[in-house]
Design a protein around this ligand. Sequence first.
Ligand code: TXA
Ligand code: MG
Length: 312
Amino acid sequence: MDTILTRSPAEAAALLRRGGIVAFPTETVFGLGANVFDKAAIARIFEAKLRPQDNPLIAHIYAETQIRELASEVTESAGKFIEAFFPGPLTLVLRKTDAVPPVVTAGLDTIGIRMPRSRLAREFLSACQTPVVAPSANISGRPSPTTWQTVHEDLNGRIDCILQSDAAEIGLESTVVDCTGDDPILLRQGAMSLEELRSVVPTTVVSQGSTETVRSPGMKHKHYSPRASVRIIDAQFEISNLRSAFIGINRPRGKVEIERLCKSVEEYAHSLFEFFRECDRRGIATIYCESVPEEGIGAALMDRLRRAANII
Ligand code: TXA
Ligand code: MG
């Protein structure tokens, strides 16, 4: 299969409406989209990504009116989050309608819904004229793609189209929050911080271990992993390995083959997945990553680092 590269959201949307699977940019990472009601196209997403069947997909919308097609109930907390943070890097888990096919939600009775804020994503989603399910556009287990070139590296020949654009603005995935019950439960750390969520709904809690794996099946799978091994270090660490790389804010002692010094935690989060990819392209054996305080986007960054290092 030839994968079409285009900069036209209308062309990409036309392919999706005809049953295609289309990679498109969002402010978090690139997604691999299909029409939420098209079971055959959705099956092809799982196949193209080699994604485990038990991992549910997020539905992407551009207008609040589309929520009705997907969710049977918008709870009070969900209403507050929608008002405060849609469009943005936040996914709300709500009870699904019967119209949503079970393949979307891996058999769960809930569905994740997100309204991206990037301009091109919104143009694409509006031209699709249907909610679009989209996991990150990478081979499962690999770091999520933050550039169209990386989507191409993983999925060329396996998908119908890539909507090209600049690099994703944030570079880490959306925060996933279960809003089906009384108190919202943070299921996946992401680009929207717990502090921001609590500023709108103070009773938001963080999911703990085993509940998380049940409630957000994707979190139990291997994630965000480069082929190189990942080690989390602090500023005092001395690197002595050959074929090693470093990413962080403060240069460590010792010598590395590739280093990426970032000016802020935001820049670090933005650069991480692409740095992992670059290290793999260059045959790096060990990637040293500086730990950061777990506040703001630092919490999601540390979550991704621990998963990449196989600590959780
Ligand atoms: O930023 C993002 O969220 C990107 C862009 C493309 O929107 N998408 C993304 O999708 O990261 P994916 O499939 O790679 O990760 C979706 C996460 C998984 O951990 C999955 O288990 C969880 O969201 N999820 C989806 N639907 C869910 C549901 N109904 N209940 C609980 N967790 C759900
Ligand atoms: Mg993913």
